[in-house]
Design a protein around this ligand. Structure first.
Ligand code: WT7
Length: 647
């Protein structure tokens, strides 16, 4: 991709894999014609389609009067309707034959195990909701959740949903500083955390991070602390409360509040192309419908499935496919707390065998890491329970796709390569496993109700086979409603580049079969291990170090992570340039943002290459970082020496 907006694509993959007859016959959408008929209906009569699905799939306390009110770029779905997401995920199943079905099967990293039936989960959610109420949390208040991947993470989110509090889950891998930034933006009253979490046999000091965060976060009145790892921590009387003291003693009854369909369900922070993370706002009825419908059809959910999405609830994938989607469908969701390679590279495969997992949904970065660790690991376990595989988070390279199909799926399981974003709330472009023939590397066709179009810089549709900007032409129920506290940024980021369309920030191309090929971000966002990071955010972390004068950050292709972070810095004239500086700066970025942002390399330069107007020429830096010769135009470069010195 070049900076002129021209996008070229080099992939030319021909292999085609159709679902087996047996799989198709037993699936909900068993042939392409049925898919196309439903998709056409959803495109031509979106209100008819979504209204019908909302009625079929969700329980409402009060019916809506209008399916969609569209005042571009602001949507209201199911106006007048009253609904509760926690009720849909719990109570309605408890009233049915599913009452004693496993809702969550969980394994901790040390090997401890728990199973919660729908009734048990409902009881815990009600206790947690009552505890929050006793600490003064009211409808509309924000609650920050910073927990390891334990059942309590799902319990806390559903408890917020139950009483109309807005959860903001912050991934437990983020640093105290990143937590404080998110917490301050949300102005949360309560933080729910744990003493620590397990990761590769070590403890992540979550409560200690919260203590540091609180020094910068004045809005927090109370902290609930789950005892997970058991090391000594500081508890401030009056402010900090153990989960087992405030939750366990509460009543297991707490009515789900009938909320307006547009009542905010959660905020989830994601990186944009400027330094400040965006608080993506999702609301109740529309989001829940998107998550519920996509889980059912994309994963061709069966009543007895054990469904495993390996994402953390700290990301949108965990929100939609660990919590809301599976539970709203009354499914059994599997959850694992720790690292994939602990104590060895067979951990995931061992759990698939033990729990007889049927659907496995993970990220290309994980698949590449497994591929590298070697087929002997999966080959020593029985993976025959698997029926369906999924991937999400970044483009998957055909080699990883083929390995996933052959070694994990035994050439038997369809693979759904699902494209979507934090902003879209649920899966947007994806095969349906019983009907869509798949090609390695393509996310294939739009899901029901999704109308994508690839356009050029002027907003004109590009011809088949050409690369362009991926846009969405019609609103959909699980779309973001705004950016918390910054509606202007919402309009500018998503709706101003191409008026009348949602702009995804991704480049894509469509082939002659109508299949979509996602080519990655076209803005200053890098995708490290399936997680979006803004280059600006890393740059501001670097310049906050006293030795750094200027910084420029680029992403380069990486065998396992997809993209890796390379930083170019120039130093303050007083700075000591010693051996340890590179490591110091890497650690500094990790402290500021979290381990996921740890740079791959830091290059120290006299000056950074700039245009005459002072703009850092990232294209050149990307070439230098990946060892390419800069074939492109360097006539606008102010000082060609700077480029030479970097090489
Ligand atoms: C960005 C969204 C939504 C789940 C996880 C990431 C990239 C996501 C795919 C895919 C190619 C993909 C896009 C997108 N992406 N899925 N199947 N193929 N690229 O959520 O952090 O909001 O990032 O991830 O670039 O815009 P996110």
């Amino acid at each position: 991709m070049s900076e002129t907006g021209e996008i070229s694509s080099i992939l030319n993959e021909q292999r085609l894999f159709s679902p087996s007859v047996g799989f198709s016959e037993n699936s909900q959408i068993g042939d392409l014609e049925t898919y196309r008929n439903i998709w056409n209906y959803s495109k031509n009569d979106p209100e008819g389609f979504w209204g019908r699905k909302a009625e079929e799939m969700l329980d409402w306390f009060q019916p809506w009067t209008k399916v969609l009110e569209w005042d571009e770029p602001h949507a209201k779905w199911f106006t007048g309707g009253r609904i509760n997401a926690s009720y849909n995920c719990l109570d309605r199943h408890v009233k049915s034959y599913r009452r004693n079905k496993a809702a969550i099967i969980w394994e901790g990293e040390p090997g401890d195990k728990r199973t919660l039936t729908y009734q048990q989960l409902l009881n815990e959610v009600c206790r947690c909701a009552n505890a929050m109420k006793s600490l003064g949390v009211k409808k509309g208040d924000r609650v920050t959740i910073y927990l390891p991947l334990t059942p309590e993470l799902s319990i806390a989110t559903l408890a917020c949903a139950r009483i109309g509090a807005i959860h903001s889950v912050v991934f437990a891998g983020f640093s105290s500083h990143a937590l404080a930034e998110r917490n301050n933006d949300a102005e949360s009253k309560l933080i729910i955390t744990a003493d620590g979490g397990w990761r590769k046999g070590a403890i992540t000091p979550l409560k200690q991070n919260v203590d540091e965060c609180l020094a910068e976060s004045p809005t927090v009145e109370n902290v609930i602390v789950l005892k997970r790892t058991g090391q000594d921590i500081t508890m401030q009387p009056g402010r900090d409360h153990w989960w087992h003291d405030v939750v366990d003693s509460k009543s297991h009854i707490c009515e789900a509040l009938p909320l307006d369909s547009e009542h905010p369900l959660f905020l989830l922070y994601t990186s944009g192309s400027t330094g400040k993370p965006k608080g993506i706002l999702h609301t109740t009825g529309g989001y829940l419908l998107g998550a519920t419908l996509s889980t059912k059809f994309v994963f061709d959910l069966k009543e007895n499935d054990v469904f495993w999405c390996t994402a953390d609830v700290g990301w949108i994938t965990g929100h939609s496919y660990l919590v809301y989607g599976p539970l709203s469908n009354g499914a059994t969701t599997f959850m694992y707390e720790g690292a994939p390679n602990f104590p060895d590279a067979g951990r995931f495969w061992k759990m698939i065998e033990t729990y007889q997992i049927n659907t496995f949904y993970t990220a290309p970065t994980a698949i590449r890491a497994f591929l590298k660790a070697g087929s002997q690991w999966p080959n020593s376990y029985d993976l025959s329970s698997l029926r369906l595989l999924g991937t999400v988070g970044e483009p998957i390279n055909p080699e990883a796709w083929m390995w996933y199909r052959e070694v994990i799926g035994g050439n038997r399981c369809p693979i759904v390569d699902t494209w979507w974003q934090t902003e879209t709330g649920s899966i947007m472009i994806t095969p349906l496993p019983g009907s869509t023939p798949t090609v390695p590397g393509s996310a294939t066709l739009p899901f029901f109700g999704v109308v994508p179009e690839i356009v050029d810089a002027n907003g004109k549709p590009v011809p088949v086979g050409s690369g362009g900007y991926l846009t969405i032409k019609q609103p959909w129920p699980s779309m973001l409603r705004t950016i918390h506290g910054d509606d202007e940024r919402y309009k500018r980021t998503y709706w101003s580049k191409f008026p009348g369309r949602y702009f995804t920030g991704d480049g894509a191309r469509m082939d002659k079969n109508g299949y979509y090929w996602i080519m990655g971000r076209i803005d200053d966002v890098i995708n490290v291990s399936g997680h979006r990071l803004s280059t600006m955010e890393v740059e501001s972390a670097l310049v906050s170090h006293p030795s750094v004068a200027e910084a420029a950050v680029v992403g380069i292709p990486h065998e396992i992570k997809g993209e890796a972070i390379v930083c170019f810095v120039s130093l303050d004239s007083y700075a000591e340039r010693d051996e340890a500086l590179e490591d110091t700066l890497k650690s500094h970025v990790t402290e500021q943002i979290g381990a996921l942002a740890r740079p791959e390399s830091i290059r120290i330069a006299e000056t950074l290459p700039k245009t005459r107007s002072g703009k850092i020429m990232r294209r050149l830096l990307r070439d230098v970082a990946s060892g390419r010769d800069s074939g492109g135009d360097i006539s606008t470069l102010e000082d060609t020496q700077s480029l030479e010195s970097l090489r």
